[in-house]
Design a binder for this molecule. Structure first.
Ligand SMILES: Cc1cc2nc3c(=O)[nH]c(=O)nc-3n(C[C@H](O)[C@H](O)[C@H](O)COP(=O)(O)OP(=O)(O)OC[C@H]3O[C@@H](n4cnc5c(N)ncnc54)[C@H](O)[C@@H]3O)c2cc1C
Length: 286
């Protein structure tokens, strides 16, 4: 059996030069809760790991009114459940973090790893899609921003290029007075991946919906926004009929598959139920 080479990076500079040096067979490891499982199953082959777990400059949450939230890629899921700034500015992200895995996993797992692993069910993705977040990538050739809408290319596939490190997630401020919710349906009450995840944001003007965003997880090859369902809400008075109509449109926009966690038709039905419930909860919070 060939030896695994693990190099521990102490800074972003060191991590990106190691990525450039070590070439194709090298992978970044953060918390390792996805990568080590996938390597053990033989789904990912890597003979060189670059461990960024000690790069403390990537572990932060900060907020500036005009710039919104900035979350370092190495921020743990546990920190996201507790951080007061996130709770105030993107509560759906705190709610999603609290529903991810077990306490042990949440301490180890990072937001960057959750996004780069690109599972269609990744719990961090729907709330971040609501806020039209961007991913900052760094490599030896410089920096670029990728809109989260374009970040995911398919199950396990992202737009991250060879030699690039995800350093932070930029989360613009949501429309003023808006509220957000994240709901997740799983097979068991304990830790499990989502059969369906739904995040919603609503901004009301009296009884009229001024702005609305709906993001879905685990119902398509990538986490997605339900754009047509969002359009159906804006400018209209919010009542039960409109909620049913919107939930139906969201369900028709989903592109679910059958898998061990649920059939495609069950997932469509869950989208109907959860979108309606999430929108109700979002507007009742208003
Ligand atoms: C028991 C268990 C339960 C789980 N439950 C859930 C759940 O409920 N919901 C959920 O969404 N997930 C769940 N997961 C999956 C996993 O814990 C999360 O996706 C986690 O956030 C991954 O983060 P990590 O730091 O461990 O990533 P790692 O395993 O270290 O990395 C994952 C991938 O991202 C890449 N990567 C990591 N960081 C960077 C970076 N900064 N730049 C570039 N590439 C990077 C790695 O190369 C690798 O390909 C579970 C896992 C386990 C084992």
């Amino acid at each position: 059996m060939s030896q695994m080479e693990v190099t521990v990076a102490q800074s972003v500079e060191e991590a990106i030069s190691l990525l450039a040096q070590k070439g194709d067979g090298a992978r970044v490891i953060a918390g390792g809760t996805d990568l080590l499982v996938r390597m053990k199953k033989g789904e990912v082959v890597a003979d060189r790991l670059i461990n960024i777990g000690q790069v403390s400059e990537l572990d932060y949450v900060s907020y500036r009114g005009d710039k919104g939230l900035r979350i370092g890629a190495l921020t743990s899921i546990q920190t996201i459940t507790k951080d007061q700034v996130i709770r105030v500015h993107l509560p759906a992200l705190s709610e999603a973090a609290a529903l991810l895995g077990t306490p042990t996993i949440r301490r180890q797992a990072t937001i960057g790893g959750n996004l780069c692993n690109a599972a269609p069910s990744a719990d961090m993705a729907p709330p971040l899609l609501l806020s039209e977040a961007e991913a900052r990538m760094r490599s030896l050739s410089g920096e670029r921003l990728i809109s989260l809408q374009d970040f995911f290319l398919g199950p396990g596939q992202t737009d991250v290029r060879q030699g690039e490190l995800l350093t932070e997630i930029l989360v613009p401020e949501l429309p003023s007075g808006s509220r957000t919710v994240y709901l997740k349906h799983t097979r068991t009450r304990g830790a499990d991946l989502a059969i369906v995840g739904v995040a919603t944001m609503v901004q009301m003007d009296g009884r009229i919906v001024k702005d609305a965003r709906i993001a879905l997880g685990a119902v398509a090859p990538v986490p997605m926004r339900a754009a047509e369902a969002e359009k159906s809400l804006v400018g209209r008075e919010l009542d039960d009929r409109l909620l049913d109509e919107t939930a139906e449109i969201a369900s028709s926009e989903a592109r679910p598959i059958d898998d061990v966690r649920g059939s495609a038709s069950y997932r469509r039905q869950l989208v109907r139920v959860l979108v309606k419930r999430a929108l109700k909860m979002t507007t009742e919070k208003n």
